[in-house]
Design a protein around this ligand. Structure first.
Ligand code: ANZ
Length: 849
């Protein structure tokens, strides 16, 4: 529209960028302060979609704004090109995953170039390149050296559809995160990364991120790590050598334990049952079979009837020698705490439900009716945030007997029936009992985490081979560093169809190898690594992506790290971010980076939806990125998306107006064409009203971008273009210096959103490229002073007061000022205002009758 050929402008500037490469990060000779901007890298599993359009737009806006503010900016891009999405797509299409992956990368790369993103294209990486995954293998071995990579047999989450194991993080409500199949448990020997060693630090360091990461993400990570503080307590079991440990958050209630429960699927349960009668063994076996079919969610659900088997064994309470019957019951989980609990039915609802179901004794040891003075009161609240009355004052303790009411007493109170603990508050009783247990060598203070170690073995082809060798005698040795990378064998002749063991196992020649030291026959580990290993450190590889000698340069990491601005979808709130945080801390401990958190600030962009619902292929309502680019051009698409609403909000495609954006861009470009003055005009001779609008934008743009209020910046640009148009058409005219000044500032700020149009404007205005590299001007403080005007206040037609008010004041603000003015109040006296006519900024007229 209006002589604005979006595609011609776009092609012209993309060619010039390709030739001049202006967005390369500066090297060591660049003395400007550095900023590292990063958008989560894409999977090449298909075309880019509108979520990508948002992601790479927002990071580009920030990168461009920092260049305009005098920073040396690193804004890299790469591909997360290993993994299930690519492999499954390849299987479905019968294609070679290698060809398929790299074809997709090429196509996505074209789209991003077309989109005018100011990436440093010299640093592109693909995690499926041997040059990259070689360093995954290095990382694996570094972790192995430090005891942070280890193998163990345990029940793992198994996706029967993808025929591979899943990390806990990849199981969503009992289903495979990727394909939705119901996940089952399977016992396998697999490689793990010991992320639990870092649980405390991963939790505590979240405090540093407060205010810089979305609160929701911080909370999700806190919950995922799930720290509980309490004690480990040792119980002897009659007829068994060695004590059994339980974890309890309420060691103060130890005297109230009346039975003991072990997870049916634990080794301990199997052992205890085996030492019992044939009848018990049979019942236990049957029970266990049922339990193994249950999901973790089902097992933890509080509203199912409690089930279990009495093992006819007894545990001994370490503080009072009482015999506690041992049960196997599914509400106790094998892989939390120690897989066994002391059951205190009076004070734990799950234990109480179980006790009532099987008629076990209930012993109250906390008098929740007793006032607790001196102790710090802990107010417990229910799910609705309503404080739970601990019972104080309403009747006697007998009225609250859990055995009868079915309600466990979980509130604060004073200890009773607990020997030397009697009379103590919860806090003090916990401290005291831990002292006693420690003195007796029967326990100690302890913590438990919900976080599990990170299971990284995958039985799939398209991933990094685990660089370890196995001997027939069970020895395991790392592949020597000089023999890395262990290259993926060619896919020719391998069966990629999921079948429960890794396809690499079928590459016989590849699998069979020798011990590099002794020449003894060995076979390669034929699992591949979880792709979250690839993405746990890629932000470091961008700093020296071609370096063949090391994974990343510590020197470059000191210079650029941590990432200043990271953006991506909220779907990565747990997995990716937690793993990247863990690996960063591990690398810090190895002395390889000098920071402990990888991403100083984080933003989650909202989703692009359509007609109020999520876009999807199956609904047939997918808006395709490349199609939109082809139809409207990059700049219109970028402006329309940036203008559609706040970054974090979902945006409905129906509200995204590329037509409006195109009109605005044509208008902006026309303003540049209309300027008749030369670049050497004297700004201060220009029309002050227009200059004020220009300088307000200069003053506000940096902070607005920092706050990611991109839509507001677009609105302000529109305002400035309109004001300039008005000055040209009906004001001081196109030769006024303020018109040129405004057009130049529009080009400089528009570069964030519509870089092709901005460069075109800059050229039309008589400058050399590139406006993308021009430092924004300082706002003139004199032009930021608010203009003021005199407003009159009339009461019943007579002027009673005058007010100095900002020229831009709105009606409600003006009326409020007038109503609270002392002179107005005085002349009103007892009279009441019945009507107000407000005409900002100059007149307020009150009537009192
Ligand atoms: C005795 C007790 C008394 C407990 C009481 C609670 C209240 P969180 O807060 O989730 O960490 N527990 C320990 N290991 C378990 C397992 N493997 N499966 C199921 N439950 C387990 O929960 C810790 C509490 O959950 C522990 O404290 C233990 O019960 C139980 F009035 O010990 B408690």
């Amino acid at each position: 529209s209006g002589g604005y050929d979006a595609h011609a402008v776009q092609t012209k500037w993309q060619d010039r960028w390709a030739k001049a490469d202006p967005f390369r990060a500066g090297d060591d000779t660049d003395t400007r302060p550095r900023k590292y901007v990063l958008a989560m890298f894409p999977y090449p599993s298909g075309d880019l979609h509108m979520g990508h359009a948002e992601n790479y737009l927002y990071s580009d806006i920030v990168a461009r704004s920092w260049r305009h503010r005098g920073y040396n900016v690193l804004n890299p891009i790469g591909w997360d090109s290993f993994g299930l999405p690519a492999e499954n797509a390849a299987i479905q299409r019968g294609a070679n995953p290698v060809t398929w992956t790299y074809e997709n990368i090429a196509q996505q790369r074209e789209s991003l170039k077309d989109y005018g993103v100011s990436f440093d294209w010299s640093r592109v990486l693909h995690t499926s390149d041997p040059e990259y995954y070689r360093w995954n293998q290095w990382l694996f071995q570094k972790l192995y050296e430090r005891g942070l990579a280890y193998r163990k047999e345990s029940p793992v989450n198994w996706c029967p559809n993808d025929q591979t194991v899943l990390a806990n993080e990849q199981v969503v409500d009992g289903h495979c995160e990727r394909c939705g199949a119901e996940v089952v448990k399977k016992k396998l020997t697999q490689w793990y990364f010991r992320i639990t060693d870092y649980a405390d630090r991963l939790l505590d360091d979240l405090n540093q991120l407060e205010g810089f990461w979305p609160q929701k993400v911080i909370q999700m990570q806190r919950n995922w790590i799930g720290r509980s503080v309490g004690a480990d307590i040792d119980f002897e079991i009659e007829g068994r050598e060695g004590a059994v440990t339980v974890f309890s958050t309420r060691p103060d209630t130890l005297h109230g334990a009346t039975f003991f429960v072990v997870a049916p699927d634990s080794d301990l349960a199997a052992e205890l049952a085996a030492g019992s009668s044939a009848d018990v063994q049979a019942r236990f076996k049957k029970y266990l079979e049922g339990v193994q079919r249950e999901s973790e969610i089902e097992r933890q659900s509080t509203d199912r009837p409690k089930t279990g088997v009495f093992l006819e064994r007894y545990a001994i309470n370490p503080v009072n020698g009482e015999r506690l019957p041992v049960w196997a019951a599914d509400y106790v989980l094998a892989d939390y705490g120690h897989g066994a609990v002391m059951a205190v039915p009076a004070h734990d609802q799950r234990d109480l439900d179980f006790a009532r179901a099987f008629d076990l004794p209930v012993k109250v040891v906390v008098d929740t009716t007793a006032p607790i003075t001196g102790a710090i009161p802990v107010i417990e609240v229910d799910d609705d945030g309503v404080p739970i009355d601990p019972g104080a004052g309403d009747g006697s303790l007998d009225d609250l007997d859990p055995a009868r009411t079915g309600i466990a007493l979980t509130g604060e109170g004073r200890m009773i029936n607990s020997g030397s603990l009697d009379g103590l508050s919860k806090r003090n009783a916990i401290a005291r009992v831990i002292e006693q247990l420690e003195a007796a060598g029967k326990g100690h203070a302890s913590k438990s985490f919900r976080l599990r170690d990170w299971l990284i073995s995958r039985q799939r082809y398209w991933g990094t081979p685990i660089p370890m060798l196995h001997g027939d005698d069970g020895t395991i040795i790392p592949v020597p560093d000089e023999q890395l990378p262990v290259l993926l064998p060619s896919v020719e002749g391998l069966d990629l169809k999921p079948k429960g063991t890794s396809p690499l196992g079928g590459a016989t020649e590849w699998v069979n190898t020798t011990d590099p030291a002794t020449g003894a026959p060995m076979h390669r580990d034929h699992d591949t690594m979880d792709t979250f290993v690839d993405s746990s450190w890629y932000f470091l590889r961008y700093l020296s992506p071609k370096d063949a000698g090391e994974a990343f340069s510590s020197r470059e990491a000191d210079k650029w790290g941590p990432v200043d601005f990271y953006i991506g979808g909220v779907e990565h709130a747990i997995l990716h971010l937690l793993y990247a945080r863990f690996i960063t801390k591990a690398l810090f401990d190895m002395g390889l980076v000098d920071f402990t958190e990888p991403f100083s600030s984080l933003i989650n962009q909202g989703m692009v939806i359509l007609g109020g619902s999520k876009m999807s292929k199956s609904k047939g309502n997918l808006v395709l990125f490349q199609e939109e680019l082809d139809a409207h051009g990059a700049d219109a698409l970028r402006v329309a998306l940036a203008f559609a609403g706040p970054v974090e909000d979902d945006k409905d495609w129906d509200d995204v107006s590329t037509t409006g954006a195109t009109k605005f861009l044509a208008r902006a470009l026309r303003v540049a064409h209309d300027v008749t003055s030369d670049p050497d005009v004297v700004w201060k001779d220009g029309d002050p009203a227009l200059r004020r609008v220009t300088h307000r934008l200069l003053a506000d743009a940096p902070a607005l971008v920092e706050q990611t209020k991109f839509n507001v910046v677009v609105a302000r640009l529109m305002e400035l273009v309109n004001a300039t148009r008005k000055t040209i058409d009906t004001g001081a005219g196109p030769a006024d210096p303020a018109v040129r000044e405004a057009a130049e500032v529009v080009a400089m700020v528009l570069d964030l959103f519509a870089p092709h149009t901005a460069e075109e404007m800059w050229e039309v205005l008589g400058y050399e490229p590139f406006v993308g590299l021009v430092t924004w001007r300082q706002a003139d403080p004199m032009l930021l002073v608010e203009e003021s005007v005199t407003a009159v206040v009339q009461i019943d037609g007579k002027v009673r007061a005058t007010l100095e008010v900002p020229a831009r004041i709105d009606g409600p603000a003006l009326e409020a000022l007038a109503r609270s003015d002392a002179r107005v109040l005085k002349s009103l006296g007892d009279r009441e205002i019945v009507r107000a006519i407000v005409r900002p900024p100059k007149v307020v007229s009150f009537s009192t009758r």
